[in-house]
Design a protein around this ligand. Structure first.
Ligand code: ADP
Length: 606
């Protein structure tokens, strides 16, 4: 099978993203490869596609054991024979996987770097036909990166010990020259074909605010994002615990994650977040490496991280499916003191000489200074980060708080569209309370009697708190997107039309400027009510299959479905993210739902 057919058949995508095809071609020509791409760019496809084409097995070395299950699950959903070998397997499972692996039953096997020294594993490798060794998060091999792991240094000798040298491909999101050189040398890449893609993530909005009270600022932010998923990063475990306590006491849908929690609790909490059972996870930077949760709408940094690499990587966990997402940093000068404390009191790394330790200390201070500059002075936040990674951006981005004026802001386009379209659908003849009931999906006597539960926007904001829907309406009234007539009925003003009909993006500013700004967005007609139904169906299927919802279809795919409304297999397969196999597994129930929604008879789902 050729690379394009593999991409469509197994992953449901039609076109390669920047850098993917070149890397895949090089790997398929048995060249070593080094892919440097930002988080969310699609590094996995670069090795998964060749892995399926190569005759033998691909060993993927990845640092975080707890994520392997998800990654393998995701591959199994796509019909790819994959497994992981790590300490979380029971003895029986381990035996079974080893026995199957020796028989050549898998195309992709994930292991942690420590496993490469395990005798049993080495003997298994002697029995397998290994086509490729792929090193994920390859910056972990370098002292100069921000996440050095000594066990990564064993990868080179492992590869050298194999009877036949496989293709070696390494991937990272860390682009600094020094790390790149280290990766090639310390992993032993042989004249690697190197791709460094653009680091820009146009769908991310960057913002820095310096609130008087961070907690109040965070709460305002979470209120506005009620119903969406996000991560709040804290600099310390204590901070994480305190914030979690306070927010959960106040009734927010939160969970928490840091390395000080027992493993079982960490795994449990992570699952709650991944499976959409909790909207927000409060975490230290121990959370998230390799997390492929595609529907993360916002990342708030409650404290400033120690360097731009860490910030960009953590912020980059938002909007992985290409949907718009917000990345906010809540800055205060005490964050600098905390980071300095971390630098002056490093984890004991006795493998390093005193000179090396001093070099690293100086390097970390230099990196911290750049992070502080980002947080306090950078005129365009995006450009500052892109320049840091060696790019030369053209002109200001106009999509960050540096360009748009400071002040907390959130993207409220979807909320605005729901509210404006609801007012339109009731022909501008209902008041605020009724509009809230319709959007919330409250079947009050009035609603039922007037058949308002039959209109398209009924229940489209069922996951948002009523008080929040009211606040949105108040905001739109204050800013003349809508008005109230003397009877109290709401009316949509001309100013709202660009948001409603031309999909102009709308951001809400909360502090200082409190003005709105709109930006272009490709026009589309999302059927919001269908989208809500699709999400419910996806959640049911996810619960039944014990898989995270986004593994079934990502948010971006669901939005495309709610726009195109495919009612047969042919139409369905044209949507990005729908593979043959995914269609066969889930398509028919989705088609049935869409047909019911559109009052169409179900066509044969072939
Ligand atoms: P990375 O490892 O670079 O952070 P992933 O490999 O997890 O990113 O990919 C991020 C998201 O992009 C995933 O949901 C993935 O399915 C999707 N993706 C990857 N390649 C493509 C493509 N060619 N077209 C559309 N979506 C893609």
């Amino acid at each position: 099978m050729d690379k394009k057919s593999v991409l469509k058949e197994y992953f449901g995508y039609f076109t390669f993203r920047e850098g993917q095809e070149e890397l895949i071609d090089a790997i398929l020509q048995n060249k070593d490869a080094l892919g440097i791409m930002p988080t969310g760019a699609g590094k996995s496809v670069c090795f998964q596609v060749p892995a399926l084409i190569f005759p033998g097995v691909t060993i993927v070395v990845s640092p975080l054991v707890s994520l392997m299950k998800d990654q393998v699950n995701s591959l199994l959903q796509c019909g790819i024979k994959a497994a992981f070998i790590n300490a979380t397997l029971t003895e029986k499972q381990h035996e079974l996987v080893m026995e199957r692996a020796a028989r050549g039953a898998y195309k992709i096997i994930y292991v942690a770097p420590e496993r490469l020294q395990n005798k049993e594993f080495i003997s298994l490798c002697g029995k397998m036909d290994i086509s490729m060794v792929c090193v994920d998060e390859a910056h972990c091999v370098s002292h100069w990166g921000h996440d050095f792991r000594p066990s990564y240094l064993n990868i080179k000798s492992f590869i050298e010990s194999l009877s036949k040298r496989p293709v070696v491909a390494a991937f990272t999101a860390t682009a600094t020259k020094r790390v790149r050189e280290d990766v090639a040398e310390l992993i032993g890449l042989q004249e690697p074909f190197e791709v460094v893609t653009g680091f820009d993530r146009p769908n991310l909005y960057f913002e820095v605010i310096k609130p008087k009270n961070k907690y109040v600022a965070l709460r305002r932010y979470l209120d506005l994002y009620s119903g969406r998923n996000g991560i709040v990063y804290c600099a310390s475990r204590r901070n994480t615990d305190e914030l979690y306590e306070k927010l959960s006491e106040e009734g927010y849908s939160v969970t928490k994650y840091h390395a000080g929690l027992p493993k079982s609790e960490r795994d449990f909490n992570q699952e709650l977040f991944i499976n959409d059972k909790k909207e927000v996870i409060i975490a230290t930077n121990a959370f998230g490496m390799g997390i492929d949760k595609s529907n993360v709408s916002f990342i708030v940094h409650y404290n400033m991280p120690g360097d731009i690499e860490s910030y960009y990587q953590e912020a980059g966990r938002a909007g992985r499916d290409g949907s718009d997402a917000d990345c906010v940093l809540l800055f205060s000068p005490s964050d600098i003191r905390l980071q300095k404390f971390f630098i002056e009191n490093p984890d004991d790394n006795s493998e390093m000489s005193d000179r090396e330790k001093e070099e690293i200390r100086a390097l970390r201070l230099e990196k911290l200074n750049k992070m502080v500059y980002y947080s306090t002075n950078a005129p365009c936040l995006r450009n500052y980060m892109l320049s840091y990674f060696g790019e030369r951006p053209k002109g200001r981005c106009q999509n960050c708080s540096g360009c748009n004026g400071s002040g907390t802001s959130v993207d409220i386009t979807l909320e605005a569209q729901k509210i404006f379209s609801c007012i339109k659908r009731v022909k501008e003849k209902e008041n605020k309370e009724v509009i809230v009931d319709i959007l919330k999906g409250n079947s009050t006597d009035y609603i039922v009697k007037n058949k308002l539960d039959k209109i398209k926007t009924f229940g489209t904001m069922s996951d948002v708190a009523e008080s929040q829907i009211e606040k949105h309406i108040r905001y739109f009234l204050d800013h003349s997107f809508i008005s109230e007539n003397p009877k109290g009925n709401l009316k949509v003003e001309d100013k709202a039309h660009a948001v409603l009909f031309k999909n102009k993006r709308l951001r809400r500013f909360l502090e200082k400027t409190d003005k709105y700004k709109t930006a272009e967005n490709p026009a589309s007609e999302v059927d919001l009510r269908l989208l809500t139904k699709l999400k419910i169906l996806r959640k049911d299927l996810a619960t039944k299959g014990s898989v995270p919802a986004f593994i079934i279809f990502t948010d971006a795919t669901l939005i495309a479905i709610a726009t195109i409304k495919p009612t047969n297999k042919q139409e369905f397969l044209k949507i990005a993210g729908v593979s043959e196999r995914k269609f066969d597994k889930y398509g028919p129930v989705f088609v049935k739902l869409i047909c019911e929604h559109c009052n169409k008879t179900v066509e044969i789902s072939k």
